[in-house]
Design a protein around this ligand. Structure first.
Ligand code: ZN
Length: 170
């Protein structure tokens, strides 16, 4: 028995993938994507017959969507190994960048966003846990991440995806 609180936000992004052999993927290009976060109560409790709410839905949603709108939307996602990072820092300091450990694939982003969203929830002392993050690349293509992001992400405790701030690099 558990409720799932689900919310979805649309964002536009650009990226390129440099570790593979595809010149097409290595050319900067963009996608319009949907990110859906599924939240569950850390400890399921019955509805109280009064307020009948799992948790502070609006608060959790507001913080997350602010991050998506102001820091993920229209960001350029680059691997930390990508030479474009140096060029952007030197010549385009205003660019919105998301710097990732290795190529910014949809799989990686789903895990990074699961970690980040959980940090926001913990900092806000909600009783919610991120059960699942879904990134819809196209109407027919999605990546779903479930479980503990620690199992799939590099062990860097101070990295941006483990911090409850708006940072998207470092
Ligand atoms: Zn792409």
């Amino acid at each position: 028995m558990s409720f799932v609180l689900r919310f979805t936000r649309r964002f536009s992004m650009a990226h390129r993938l440099i570790a593979g052999q595809s010149d097409k993927c290595a050319t900067p290009h963009g996608h319009n994507e949907l990110v859906t976060v599924d939240l569950v109560a850390k400890r399921p409790t019955p509805l109280d017959g009064d307020a009948n709410m799992v948790a502070e839905f609006a608060r959790a949603k507001g913080r997350w969507h602010r991050f998506v709108d102001e820091h993920l939307d229209h960001a350029l996602q680059l691997s930390e190994h990508d030479p474009l990072v140096t060029i952007a820092d030197a010549q385009f300091p205003g660019w919105r960048l998301v710097i990732t450990p290795g190529d910014p694939t949809t799989e990686l982003l789903a895990a990074l966003l699961a970690a980040k969203c959980q940090r926001f929830l913990d900092a806000d002392t909600t009783s919610l846990r991120v059960a699942r993050v879904t990134i819809e690349e196209t109407p027919t293509n999605s990546v779903v991440f479930e479980g503990d992001p620690r199992d799939v992400l590099p062990a860097r405790d101070d990295a941006w995806w483990w911090r409850a701030d708006d940072s998207t690099r470092g």
